[in-house]
Write a protein that binds this ligand. Structure first.
Ligand code: PMP
Length: 290
């Protein structure tokens, strides 16, 4: 069945959702996006995602041709038209059509689109057995060049890391920053747990400030855990009691092997399992109703 796509003010069947080859999102990765989830008829942390979208736009001086309230309506209406209650939602705002030069001032209007689709998740066994990941040579973009806080359409940095992970036969890669501190994975944030204390890299290390990351920090604190945003190295990852990743698509997923080192006993740890359950429960019970 063909999906209904929101594109520049219209809801059209997928086959008619066409964008110019002169769109600078396509030509240069000049644009921004969000990945959002709907659970059980509600959109999870919608306002936080919309805020991050507008912050990304601000950072690249991209004028989004509608207000936040209208963008919320776009997401909800696209879900309604596709009769989706559980979905992955992709909002994209590109610089729009311009000429072949780089100059964004020659692009008179942004392109806005919303795709809602079924969810493709990591297979369930990874939540039970845990993931193996590797550290890759590709460093995370330095904030002074392209700040990872901007969720830009230019994901080549992450894709290069993903290619290295694929070559190593694993699904995710740990990326370090320029100083060699752990930054994040290609599409997820990372946490380590040591003696009951949760640690995740601070935003200034050069990461996307994940909405799942922030939610998990809140859930863990509510459970009485100490949560710290601190820089750490691969040594700290190898010697952690538990490691897990967070992201909109993955939710909370355990990591049991990093660069061939077993984490803890090589099986998902109790705190991670507790947080997986807590996150699922929380996500299914709050959000903006569709
Ligand atoms: N880091 C990167 C590079 C990502 O692409 C994502 C996915 N959006 C995340 C972290 C996790 O962020 P969130 O929890 O907001 O999905």
């Amino acid at each position: 069945m063909s999906l209904i796509i929101y594109l520049d003010g219209r809801f059209v069947p997928e086959e008619q959702a066409k964008i110019s080859v002169f769109d600078h999102g396509f030509l240069y990765g000049d644009g921004i996006f969000e990945g959002i989830r709907a659970y059980n008829g509600r959109v999870f942390k919608l306002d936080e995602h919309i805020d991050r979208l507008y912050d990304s736009a601000k950072a690249i001086k991209l004028a989004i041709p509608m207000g936040k309230g209208e963008m919320v309506d776009v997401v909800l209406e696209t879900l309604r038209r596709n009769h989706l209650r559980d979905a992955y939602i992709r909002l994209v705002v590109s610089r729009g059509k311009g000429d072949l030069g780089l100059d964004p001032r020659k692009c008179p209007g942004a392109t806005v689109l919303c795709i809602t689709a079924g969810i493709t998740l990591y297979p369930p066994e990874f939540y039970e057995k845990g993931l193996e990941v590797v550290t890759v040579a590709t460093r995370r973009n330095v904030p002074e060049a392209l700040n990872p806080r901007i969720k830009s359409l230019n994901y080549l940095n992450n894709i290069l890391a993903k290619l290295e992970a694929a070559r190593a036969g694993v699904l995710e890669a740990i990326m370090l920053n320029q100083e060699g501190y752990v930054a994040e994975c290609t599409g997820d944030n990372i946490f380590i747990i040591k003696q009951g204390r949760l640690i995740t890299p601070p935003v200034h290390v050069g990461i996307l400030e994940g909405i799942t990351r922030n939610t998990v920090m809140d859930l863990a604190r509510a459970k009485g855990f100490t949560v710290a945003e601190e820089v750490f190295t691969r040594f700290d990852v190898y010697t952690a009691d538990e490691v897990f990743l967070t992201g909109t698509a993955a939710e909370v997923i355990p990591v049991v092997n990093v660069d061939g080192r077993l984490i803890g006993d090589g099986v998902p740890g109790p705190v991670t399992s507790d947080l997986i359950a807590a996150f699922r429960e929380y996500a299914r019970n709050q959000g903006t109703p569709i």
